[in-house]
Design a binder for this molecule. Structure first.
Ligand SMILES: [Fe+2]
Length: 384
């Protein structure tokens, strides 16, 4: 089987990776950079560190800090307008998935023109964008290594994705020190999102030998360290392993894609404004249970990677142990355990089903095919 395997051009991972930023920007010939971030990052003082680093390398900067959670099409178009007018060499995305997605979107809109809705779908972008340097400040989204960017279209109350090689970062920087101030509930939600990336890509139709290597290691690192990272944010060993796990899961996701958990989670975010990580974590065990018969061996391997003892267990029992391990982890790190807990009612389910059915790319990559009735059953079970 022949398959492509993509990565950002340069990846800097580990404690102190941020200090490679200036050198990497110099290598790109940057003189003028647009830094795209959000207010939380500015309040945490992380942008000041980045601006100081860039200044010491004689790079002029402008900051766009209006990135909102689950960013809208209007937000990315506003950032792109600034990028176009300012004639920048490089766009720096500093933050979690939202800031990095806006940076990716602004980069391609700056060179291609038009609106972000023109490029929804797979490989619909005509020419490359401005070079991007993506600096991750959470351990979860994997946005620094993926070729996706997701935006909320408020008029349709739906999230849609742009998928293109041109969204791959020129440089990705993953420094666990930047995650030290992330509060416990965000650490939990983004960490569970990373676990979903690893499990979904590992069991995906498009999984390959390459992506399996990344995904299994990610499952082991995340499930072994998320509790500690949530319990004690300054535990740099746990933060480092979470950052690495999230990065590896992102690489697997970028190449093998995700499946029904994400397909069912997107409408939850779009319609009920539930954060991406929480929506995914809520649906993960229910969807896994449904998916088990699609690939018992792989789900059994997930259980083993999560530390479940598989000695004396049948493959089916080991696969079920993976679901149990996911439930326990989610509960331990404080994720809501039912959709009702986050304000979803039965009357909202039909709208969610319609939203999920639109995610055909993800549904086709799921290890078990789903009918409309299957999707209804999963939402009702997750409702609690
Ligand atoms: Fe995700």
């Amino acid at each position: 089987m022949v398959y492509p395997f993509v990565l950002p051009r340069v990846v800097c991972v580990g404690q102190g990776a941020l200090y490679h930023l200036g050198t990497e920007m110099e290598r790109l010939g940057a003189r003028k950079a647009l830094v795209i971030t959000d207010k939380g990052i500015i309040e945490a003082g992380l942008h000041a560190k980045v601006l100081q680093l860039l200044k010491s390398h004689h790079i002029n900067t402008t900051v766009y800090s209006q990135v909102e959670p689950e960013p809208s099409s209007e937000c990315v178009e506003q950032a792109a307008e600034i990028a176009r007018e300012g004639v920048y060499d490089v766009i720096v995305g500093l933050g979690g998935g939202s800031a990095m997605d806006v940076a990716k979107g602004a980069s391609i809109l700056a060179t291609n023109g038009g609106r972000i809705r023109d490029y929804i779908g797979i490989e619909a972008i005509p020419v490359p964008g401005l070079p991007t340097v993506l600096v991750a400040t959470t351990a979860g989204t994997g946005a620094e290594v993926t070729m996706n960017a997701i935006f909320t279209f408020k008029d349709e109350k739906v999230k849609k994705g742009v998928v293109s090689r041109y969204l791959l970062a020129t440089v990705a920087i993953v420094d666990p020190e930047l995650t030290a101030t992330v509060p416990p509930h965000v650490t939990a939600a983004t960490g569970m999102d990373a676990l979903v990336h690893a499990i979904e890509s590992f069991t995906a139709v498009k999984a390959t030998h390459h992506t399996d290597l990344y995904a299994l290691e990610a499952i082991s690192l995340i499930s072994g360290n998320l509790r500690r990272a949530v319990a004690c944010g300054s535990d740099m060993e746990a933060r480092s392993k979470m950052a690495l796990g999230s990065f590896l899961a992102g690489v697997s996701l970028a190449n093998a894609g995700v499946g029904a958990v994400h397909a069912l989670a997107y409408p939850l975010g779009g319609r009920f404004q539930i954060s991406h990580g929480v929506a995914n974590a809520l649906l993960l065990p229910t969807v896994m249970e449904f998916n088990l018969i699609g690939n018992l061996e792989k789900f059994a391997a997930v259980g083993e990677a999560m530390g479940e003892s598989i000695a004396g267990k049948s493959v089916r029992e080991a696969a079920l142990a993976a679901v149990k391990a996911v439930r326990e982890l989610s509960l331990d790190v404080g994720i809501p355990q039912s959709m009702k807990e986050v304000g979803v009612t039965e009357s909202g389910v039909e709208e969610l089903i319609e939203g999920a059915l639109q995610q055909t790319r993800l549904l086709n990559n799921n290890p078990r095919s789903l009918t409309k009735e299957d999707i209804r059953g999963l939402y009702l079970r997750a409702l609690g």
